[in-house]
Design a protein around this ligand. Sequence first.
Ligand code: ME8
Length: 648
Amino acid sequence: MTEKTTYITTPIYYVNAQPHLGHAYTTVVADTYSRFCRLCGDEVRFQTGTDEHGDKIVEAAAKEHVEPRQYVDNISAMFRDTWPLLNIDYDRFIRTTDEDHIAVVQQILQHVYDAGDIYFDEYSGLYCTGCERFLIERELVDGKCPDHLVAPKEITEQNYFFRMSKYQQQLIDHIRNNPDFITPERYRNEVLSFLSEPLDDLCISRPTSRLDWGIRLPFDENYVTYVWFDALINYLTGIGYPDGENYPRYWAGAEHLIAKDILKPHAIYWPTMLMAAGVPVYKKLHVHGYWNVDETKMSKSLGNVIRPAGLVEEYGVDTFRYFSLREMSFGLDASFSRDAIIARKNADLANDLGNLFSRSVSMIEKYCDSRIPEPAEEETDAELRLASASMLEGYSRNMADFKFHLGLQAVWEFVSEANRYIVRNEPWALVKDTSKKKRLGSVLYNLAESLRLLALVLKPVMPETAEKMIWGLGIDADSEMMKTLEHGGSWGKSVVGTRLNKSENLFPRTEVKKKSNSEKKPQNKKKDKRQQEEPGGDHINFNQFENVELLVARVVEAKKLKKSDRLLKLSLEAPEPRTIVSGIAESYRPEELVGKNVIIVANLKPVKLMGIASEGMVLTAEAEDEQGGKRVNLLTVPGEVKPGTRVA
Ligand code: ME8
């Protein structure tokens, strides 16, 4: 196998604000991708950092009444303190105030200047402090900057300009010839459409009379470098450009990760700067959408900024990592809400993965004295193996393509298949029959092997959980089979006789707090009125609906309760066995229910009815019968639907 090198970067974040959910997302994605590439056997380097020059920083420092230097040190440290909480394992944290960076920026400026691609000129234009750049008329909406909603100031200045226009055609050709250069495709199209109009040159200096906090131009000390020309170069400094050994090793594998807000500097300024500097263009640009909060833009003024440290404290680091990768379709916007994260945690992590792990491990403990049993050779169980192969394929392809939500979907299809495998094979019944001992060994071996594969593929996404699983399975975390997909990603690597370790519950459920009336969000008057007029009362949002776990369940057995005319005891498979006591005895005979697929609310708190624990509720609709009496109709699902399928 030839070793591939990958160099993944996040944007370097402005230190005018503390780290929030958006920064956390990008950095978690980069960390997951870097761990995934390592799992594929690549040599990987991962860089993040902070962007510390420019007007914005000076303004923010002035507001706090501190010198820029002290201000940037404080906030940059907050980013560095946050990343370990999210288990971010970077190779370099770069700051644009680092000595080596300043030297590289000046070296590139001098090179481009000597080559004739930087010239001096007078310029009058509309300058937006928020964007830190001159805007052109057609970018304004009602005379204002559409991002910062303020009218830009008219400024006339002498400045240095980079001949960006000279490289326009070369850039268009590069994008056309390399379909994967900018992904997802919508962003590639956006850039090509922007490039269909003539490109202006880029003003790359600020007079020190106006802004002093920046990198001096090497050829004119009365100017500092425009913050974007400085910041983008961090990607080269961080790997020791031009003479360091990491530069030739990693640059060809450079993949930048950003959100859509900074597409233009990365897709237009940066490649043209590289062309002018005589450096090959980076390999790929991956662009994601924006996180909103409860369907609203996240902003300080709305008071809805989500801090990563709080999330980790409340839900745990791996729940946040999993949630953010699973919930956002890479490239599109997504909405964050506490209800959504709790729903994912309870359904996907506690119920599906957590239960699979604890059930399998506890059966190996109980039935096999905590040792991985020997599978009988003739027991092939092709379905489970095929499902594992299809998971590995879907996972690897989608993770490599930055389609993390689809990669995880593939993993969870396998989790469900393994849960169904338990229900189909009923190890608790096999253990009672001595003639089935071999079969029991095969079933439990296959479950241990499924968990091993799951731990392997989950390492990049949920490193802590994967570690707990590996420890629980008694596997040496440093063994070859847990290091790469190539060594560990095929069926049958679990070693018979391995002793399991006593492990804890992977994901305790988080109770959904009911909001009291006073806690409910205030609604505007208009909406209240409309709701009163509308039949149906209060609306719920999608996440509240998602919190209700509706599953298809197959009736395995139905029995009348002696002391009640109304209640039936239903034994169901969903896919785990569960019992529900339901008030349908007056409408159905027990025998006509067996084999029916009904819909249950699976995450209701269990209650005792006539001394029996009832775990959930069966959905019904009441109707009048021919005699004018009431009849309860069970909602059933026609066709071949597997028990445990979620109703959405
Ligand atoms: O632009 N949703 O820094 P920045 C998702 N210093 N991601 C978000 C987000 C949101 N709501 N808000 C921010 C800068 N991000 C420059 C970059 S790079 C050479 C210089 C993330 O602090 C996302 O990655 O404004 C976005 O691109 C980045 O933070 C912007 O960070």
